[in-house]
Design a protein around this ligand. Structure first.
Ligand code: SF4
Ligand code: SF4
Length: 151
């Protein structure tokens, strides 16, 4: 936990995740700061290991269409956490064409299901990484989970 105040939080989270040896540090950082969503980078080798591990069905193979209702309790007109309105049954365009992708609205960082993002845990090339552009709080992610699964 040294140097937390002197180094950028993004780098600390990457370091903790990549080292994989210091999960406690990552957990403390996540509780202390806001949490970044997970994104799959173009280093993905399309092995498919992550897809069945996602509790929210947020992971799709490149070029696949997707729906909010896939693997969730959402049906028809739905309001997501944060107030975004969607048609859960509508078929949406793939986010990526050439490699697996995560639908950010469906990703809860595995909060409420697992201690750590399962996609990142199983990925053989460590290409499931925090997305600096999407920062969410633990509270918001748990609310997201509640709505996705109508709990
Ligand atoms: S972090 Fe968890 S919820 Fe998000 S895409 Fe990965 S497995 Fe799914
Ligand atoms: S586990 Fe990693 S390499 Fe395999 S499909 Fe998922 S993101 Fe790509």
């Amino acid at each position: 936990m040294k140097k937390i105040k002197e180094e950028p939080i993004v780098h600390l989270m990457y370091a903790a995740k990549n080292e994989k040896k210091n999960k406690v540090q990552l957990l403390i950082l996540k509780k202390t700061y806001k949490i970044m969503a997970i994104i799959i980078t173009d280093e993905c080798i399309n092995c498919g290991a992550c897809e069945p591990e996602c509790p929210n069905n947020a992971i799709y193979e490149g070029a696949d269409a997707w729906r909010y209702s896939d693997g969730t309790a959402l049906l028809g007109d739905a309001t997501l956490a944060g107030g975004k309105k969607v048609n859960a049954d509508a078929i949406n365009e793939p986010v990526e064409e050439d490699y697996y992708f995560i639908v950010a609205d469906k990703c809860t960082e595995c909060m409420g299901f697992h201690q750590e993002p399962q996609c990142a845990a199983v990925c053989p090339v460590d290409c499931c990484v925090p997305d600096e552009n999407i920062v969410e709080t633990e509270e918001f992610l748990l609310e997201k989970k509640k709505i996705l699964h109508k709990e």
